[in-house]
Write a protein that binds this ligand. Structure first.
Ligand code: BG6
Length: 488
């Protein structure tokens, strides 16, 4: 009983938050390179140039006006440009992951490092960089787990083609995938197509200018077709490939047993499960088609799209789990707290992190059970973690007992899901296993890592790495395959 023998313990990162090397080795900008830092209370901003040539900005959640293009303002600080500099520290970092006993490491490939404009021109130096990274991982028997696309798109495709609104982007993405699949087919087995596909809705993430319902779902259709084509292509290139999807899963509980509250929670959960339905079951669920009818959304499809979606279903479900939320039929009466990519509703039974994210370990077991009951394919928790302010003591120690406590309960919840519910769980990669830039706020202060990186919210610091107390704790968890969770 307990975690399976080959369980993939590891950690997760994303290129735009960790890699840096923004214009190094032939890379060109991606949309995420035009988004400034922010804070707990101030939004990150996207700087852009209007059609008339004026420099303006909008908050991260909004899309740019039609015709506007991304702009990198030399006066501003952009956290992705250096991030925590995996580009220059990968050997040191991977050695630290190996010391913790990682069996796998989740990273994303920067599309604009491989295809600088996102088109069909390949940058050999970019390919060589990831070759070096994969070789270093394999040297320590660490299995790479690759997110093909994590929250960004080459800026050229956003500026010139309006990103994923444009069907041509499917072909460019497929070209990018074919390039990396062929190049890394003997080094990488585990892939995921799009990070948190249910949150792809704005210019920074998918390069679109129209983020109306019509614009969002048309782009989603293109993402689904792309994902299906990629799954089929990947399996042709190497039949051993395991290609998954990735969704942000935030289970919603009804505020009460009042049927109206329950219906609200059904609707909330459906919205995220819609993305899983299409990629796992291979079709658009009936409730979504009805919603399209009601809201006047008309998806432009090409002949064969539905068949493709049916044929290109994924091998496993990767999902992020940070918190649960609550649904109420009276949204004006609820209190909102912080949350992953969107505010969540306060649950009075839960404690919250410094950023207001509710801590709900049982919610992870609930999610695993629900997803496995519903889809019956392997699950992979590819993100989970606790963003907190860490203090470096005068002797350099970082005593992050709060993080250990969070992980301890979540690992126990996964064990219950395996032992008591029979869930087929293949791995666990805590988010930001090494400190990196926050996606939501652009801060460094909000840290997730077992490894501390000396860098502040303004890009100042030595980038020196040091082990937090949780480093040794996680090492013990991996060494005992999840059996020994106490914090010594
Ligand atoms: C997920 C993303 O939304 O949550 C990550 O896949 C992100 O990119 C993580 O960093 C944690 O969110 P945040 O806003 O605390 O960085």
């Amino acid at each position: 009983m307990g975690f399976p023998k080959n369980f993939l313990w590891g950690g997760a990162t994303a290129a735009n938050q960790y890699e840096g090397g923004y214009l190094s080795g032939g890379k060109e900008p991606s949309t995420l390179d035009a988004i400034t830092g922010g804070s707990h209370t101030t939004s990150r901003k996207i700087t852009y140039k209007t059609k008339e040539g004026k420099i303006e900005s909008v908050t991260r959640e909004k899309s740019l006006p039609t015709g506007a293009i991304g702009y990198i303002d030399p006066e501003q600080y952009y956290p992705s440009h250096v991030a925590t500099d995996f580009y220059h520290h990968y050997k040191e970092d991977i050695a630290l992951f190996a010391e913790m006993g990682f069996k796998c490491f989740r990273l994303s490939i920067n599309w604009s490092r491989i295809c600088p404009k996102g088109t069909d021109k390949v940058n050999e130096e970019g390919l060589a960089f990831y070759d070096a990274v994969f070789d270093e991982l394999l040297k320590y028997n660490i299995e790479p787990v690759v997110t093909i696309n994590h929250f960004d798109i080459p800026m050229y495709l956003a500026d010139e083609l309006d990103g994923w609104s444009n069907r041509k982007v499917i072909d460019y993405f497929l070209f990018f995938c074919e390039t990396i699949f062929k190049r890394y087919k003997d080094k990488v087995k585990y892939w995921m197509t799009f990070n948190e596909i249910n949150f792809l809705r704005s210019w920074t993430q998918i390069g679109i200018h129209d983020s109306s319902l019509q614009g969002k779902y048309q782009a989603a259709h293109h993402l689904f077709v792309a994902s299906a084509k990629v799954v089929k292509l990947g399996h042709q290139i190497n039949s051993d490939f395991q290609i998954g999807m990735m969704v942000a899963y935030i289970p919603s509980y009804p505020m009460s047993c009042r049927p109206e509250d329950v219906m609200e929670s059904v609707q909330f959960n459906r919205e995220q499960e819609f993305y899983i339905d299409v990629q796992v079951k291979g079709y658009y669920p009936a409730h979504k088609l009805k919603q399209f009818e009601r809201e006047g959304v008309v998806i432009k499809k090409e002949a064969g799209d539905d068949e493709l979606i049916k044929e290109g279903t994924v091998d496993y479900i990767g999902f992020s789990y940070y918190m649960s939320t609550v649904s109420s039929a009276n949204p004006d009466k609820v209190k909102f707290v912080g949350g992953n990519q969107m505010p969540a509703v306060k649950n009075p039974y839960l404690e919250e992190s410094d950023w207001g994210w509710g801590v709900d370990p049982l919610g992870l077991r609930i999610s695993l059970s629900k997803l496995y009951d519903r889809y019956n394919i392997p699950l992979f928790v590819v993100e989970n973690g606790f963003g907190a302010v860490d203090t470096v003591e005068s002797d350099g120690a970082i005593i992050d007992d709060y993080r250990i406590d969070y992980f301890k309960k979540h690992v126990a919840a996964m064990k219950d899901a395996i032992d008591l519910d029979g869930v087929d769980l293949i791995g666990y990669t805590p988010w930001g296993c090494i400190d990196l830039v926050s996606a939501g706020t652009g801060e460094m202060k909000k840290r997730y890592g077992f490894i501390y990186v000396d860098l502040d919210d303004h890009g100042q610091g030595t980038l020196k790495r040091s082990r937090k107390k949780s480093f040794n704790w996680y090492k013990q968890v991996i060494a005992t395959n999840g059996e020994k969770l106490e914090n010594n």
